[in-house]
Design a protein around this ligand. Structure first.
Ligand code: GLC
Length: 789
């Protein structure tokens, strides 16, 4: 028993009171505030640390009025909503049932019996460099009974497999550039949100606590799973499904959904640490256009700055950046620049002087500005928990946007520190509530992203494109994320799949990895396979470290270049579909990249598939992530017909099939009956004026009836929020004949399509009607020219 365990006691349940939608439950030692958010979401709040909430994740949560009842039961109380039955007993033991009385989540009653580490001589093992686990002294600890058949997902960016059963993870944002393997229990991000699947019933637990937190899914003892926190309040949400989809929707209701991005951010992006002169950058830009490889975005890493001073340019290597960016823009490129939090200690440097004068930097416990080291050498850390600092940082974005920069990449914001860890008692001024580093650390990157988002929004009036490495729950409201410094290894390509799927389930709808791998030297085969995955992930950015082998699409040989071109072009073809999926994600949290179980929860075979994923509702991708693999097994979920994208062959769902996988083929399957809007062949978003709605329809032998919503707007501004968008509703019924209906339901966006073109696969000689009229099909194509929507 550690020294805190004794304190973490609630005692006997004494009584309760109801105030609006909050049931205040009094125990001998503590008071629990149980807030009924709606019939399927409940928040438990115990102010163990301080009275007021200090949530950085939850900003605008509105409770829906719902009926609930509270009654006394033997030894406890029971609260019932339309969907849930919650029983609460002494010691704040909570059991949650569904309305049929089936147990979903039961607090564990037994003793804490974690396995013991035999530690004969720790020091000796450490001398050889073994990283031995420290004992975590938690103040908050909640354990739940492991049910017979449980699966765990979510938790954001974690190593390992899709199902987290048997793993233990730590939320403490960490910059460790060593190759991330399964032994890494912490990475750059902290998202304390776990999805549990108990038989067919899913529920989520969101532990809103940004001190160091741990989640253990039966590693310490297979009889229970638990979450624990170093300090802070006990503040957790129970989110009922029963589908994983509903749980994700509930979680993003609480923490916010990813906002709709500008379309160009969904195009291909090229980055490298060492595009260190204007000439090199322009050479990269010219290569894309000369080689006909589409690309929308180029990045500048830290090399563009003057001595790594943020918000400055190196005038020698990047003389006249405005003119350079204008030239890039005229070629159809957007430029994104990196901005790190560490500010160089340098008298006379505007950012340092201003920050120092106004008290914008974090201090030690004596009030002296705290220093550590990052790229510029001696550096200080802006206090992003303070709204004045955020305002100042937001205003500084103007320096970049005025130069013509289109997006900001926030890095090193765990925050990283080269001269050892930042001490626990470094102070941040959280708008009058001073907090120590141990409370600020996990939300530092989150608050930096928020400041950057607000600044870019104000300066450009467009939907900000921010990329961040560190994050906390809810960062999706401000920023895209990438998974930091992976390596050019097959192992990391494989690991990126469950990692991205779990990020998607954790609210991070806009996520990606460094395509080709960051550290280590990429190989032509690895890049070819990685670009095939990147094609279907929300953020599609090739990035690599200084000193590693070049890995631009053309960096190897003609064949590799051709494969890159083929898949990047496929990405542009799918952009309208991907944008539709992002629109849906912005409303319901349903991520673009998602595990098969998200759509096929009734098919248990999908629960542990690590190496296939769905891209939206209609596309299944089974990438090759093994060197030299000539074929691979693919599981096709039950209840659908699946159509091979390349050959148009049909397969029944509910079986494993084997597909040959020559290097230029990534197995892709389209769900039978799917409607997929497609784009033009373009070098960049907006290159061509588009007046035709092109739609692919994948029919199959089975009769199907499918619906699809296709969304368009100006692709960059916030006008859609005032209704300036068009929503095209398409319905396809495939029976004896094929009947389609197209209707435009919201149509406040002026730039409408003038024509529709259907590309129909597997029509099998059937006749086609569109909006009640017979239409000719020539070579699988039907064009309706006089259609005005
Ligand atoms: C960090 C980032 C990486 C970047 C490098 C230099 O390692 O994760 O993406 O290239 O810093 O800025």
């Amino acid at each position: 028993m550690n020294k805190y365990e004794k304190e973490f006691k609630f005692g006997k349940l004494l009584n309760y009171e109801v105030e609006d939608n909050v049931v205040i439950i009094k125990f001998k030692q503590e008071k629990v505030f149980m807030r009924i958010i709606n019939s399927y979401m409940i928040n438990f709040f115990v102010p163990l640390y301080r009275k007021e909430r200090n949530s950085k994740a939850v900003e605008n949560l509105k409770d829906s009025h719902c009926d609930f009842e509270v009654e006394n039961i033997e030894n406890g109380i029971q609260i019932s909503t339309e969907k849930l039955l919650v029983k609460i007993y002494d010691e704040f033991k909570v059991d949650v049932y569904d309305k049929k009385g089936i147990i979903l989540c039961e607090d564990y009653r037994g003793e804490k019996e974690h396995f013991k580490r035999r530690t004969a001589d720790f020091k000796l093992a450490e001398a050889e460099g073994h990283d031995l686990k420290e004992v975590f002294e938690e103040k908050i600890y909640i354990s739940k009974k492991m049910e017979e058949e449980m699966y765990f997902y979510g938790l954001g960016e974690k190593t390992g497999h899709l199902n987290k059963k048997g793993y233990h993870y730590v939320n403490w944002n960490t910059d460790d550039p060593k190759p991330h393997g399964e032994t890494f229990d912490r990475l750059y991000k902290s998202i304390p949100f776990l999805i549990c699947l108990n038989k067919q019933n899913a529920f989520g637990i969101f532990f809103d606590n940004h001190f160091e937190t741990h989640f253990d899914m039966g590693r310490d003892n297979p009889k229970y799973y638990y979450f624990s926190g170093a300090d802070g309040n006990l503040d957790y949400y129970f989110i009922y499904g029963p589908s994983v989809k509903n749980v994700v929707e509930g979680y993003t209701k609480i923490t916010g959904t990813m906002p709709l991005p500008q379309i160009w951010t969904l195009g291909y992006q090229q980055c490298r640490w060492s595009y260190d002169t204007k000439e090199r950058l322009m050479e990269i830009a010219n290569n894309f256009r000369e080689k006909g490889i589409p690309c929308d975005t180029l990045y500048l890493d830290i090399d563009y700055m003057d001595g790594y001073r943020v918000f400055t340019w190196n005038d020698e290597r990047f003389e006249n950046p405005e003119a350079m960016i204008k030239r890039l823009n005229s070629m159809g490129f957007k430029l994104v620049t990196i901005i790190d939090p560490g500010v160089k200690v340098d008298k006379g440097y505007k950012i340092y002087d201003e920050g120092l004068k106004n008290g914008y930097f974090a201090t030690d416990n004596q009030g002296i500005v705290y220093r550590n080291e990052v790229w510029p050498g001696d550096s200080v850390y802006p206090d992003f928990l303070n709204s004045n600092t955020r305002k100042w940082w937001a205003e500084n974005q103007k320096i970049m946007t005025d130069t013509g920069v289109s997006g900001i990449w926030n890095d090193m914001n765990e925050p990283a520190s080269f001269k050892g860890p930042i001490p626990d008692d470094v102070m941040f001024d959280n708008d009058g509530i001073p907090v120590k580093h141990k409370e600020a650390h996990n939300v530092y990157g989150h608050m930096m992203a928020k400041a950057t988002y607000e600044g870019v929004k104000k300066e450009t009036g467009k939907r900000p494109f921010i990329v961040t490495r560190a994050c906390y729950a809810g960062t999706q409201k401000y920023s895209t994320i990438w998974t930091g410094d992976n390596q050019s290894t097959w192992e990391h390509l494989r690991m990126s799949l469950p990692m991205l799927m779990n990020l998607g389930l954790s609210g991070m709808g806009f996520c990606g990895t460094d395509v080709g791998g960051f550290g280590h030297d990429c190989s032509p085969e690895l890049l070819s396979r990685w670009v095939q995955v990147g094609t279907f992930t929300p953020l599609f950015r090739n990035h690599s470290a200084m000193g590693t082998r070049d890995q631009e699409p053309w960096a190897f040989d003609e064949n590799t270049e051709e494969i890159n071109r083929k898949y990047i072009k496929l990405r542009y073809k799918l952009l309208p579909y991907i944008y539709d999926a992002m629109w849906n994600c912005s409303k319901s949290g349903a991520p673009l990249i998602r595990p098969l179980l998200f759509n096929y929860q009734e098919d248990k075979n999908t629960y542990e598939i690590n190496d296939e994923f769905l891209c939206g509702d209609n596309i299944l991708v089974a990438p090759v992530a093994l060197q030299g693999a000539k074929a691979r097994m693919i599981y096709l979920p039950e209840g659908e017909t699946w159509i091979d994208y390349w050959t148009k062959e049909e397969y029944k769902g509910g079986q494993n099939i084997i597909k040959e996988t020559p290097l230029d083929i990534c197995p892709i399957f389209i769900k039978g009956g799917s409607i997929i809007p497609i784009g033009e062949d373009q070098n960049y978003v907006g290159e061509k004026q588009i007046d035709t709605l092109k739609v692919e329809v994948y029919l199959c032998k089975e009769n199907t009836e499918t619906r699809y919503h296709h969304y368009i707007d100006d692709g960059e501004s916030f006008k859609y929020q005032a209704g300036e968008f068009n929503d095209y509703k398409i319905k396809v019924a495939n029976g004896d004949k094929v009947e389609m209906k197209v209707k435009i339901i919201d149509h406040n966006y002026e730039d409408k399509y003038k024509k529709i073109e259907f590309i129909i696969y597997n029509l099998n000689g059937k006749s086609l009607n569109v909006n009640g009229e017979k239409v000719n099909v020539v070579d699988g194509k039907a064009i309706i020219s006089n259609w005005v929507g």
